[in-house]
Design a protein around this ligand. Structure first.
Ligand code: FES
Length: 110
């Protein structure tokens, strides 16, 4: 299944990339950016990011079951990815709140 239509990346490409990244350097986080760079591709519109993250999590789950990669390294990487995602969501919520609380320009002039 194609995950990123801009860079033409499939779920299988992502799974292989995550496996290679986690096997080569357990300290490296398989974020979508790292996975895309590993595949020598660039994100364009970023609409695929949520699906790419879900695919990366699924690939990490499969790796954990196959025991090809140290489970501690996988757990650590997953915890870091979750913290990154939580920070991103908080930032997005803060920006949405700031945007919602903004007064229209006609009210500011009065
Ligand atoms: S769909 Fe992946 S960058 Fe556009």
């Amino acid at each position: 299944m194609i995950i990123c239509s801009c860079a033409v990346i499939s779920d299988r490409d992502i799974e292989i990339a995550v496996s290679e990244i986690m096997s080569a350097s357990p300290g490296l986080l398989p974020t979508p950016g790292v996975v895309f760079r590993h595949l020598n591709k660039k994100m364009n519109c970023c609409r695929c990011a949520p699906v790419a993250v879900a695919t990366i999590y699924a690939a990490m789950d499969r790796l954990a079951q196959s025991t090809r990669v140290c489970p501690f390294a996988l757990a650590e990487a997953r915890a870091k990815l979750i913290r990154i995602e939580e920070r991103r969501e908080r930032r997005e919520r803060r920006l949405n709140d700031a945007y919602a609380n903004r007064k229209p320009s006609s009210m500011r002039a009065a």
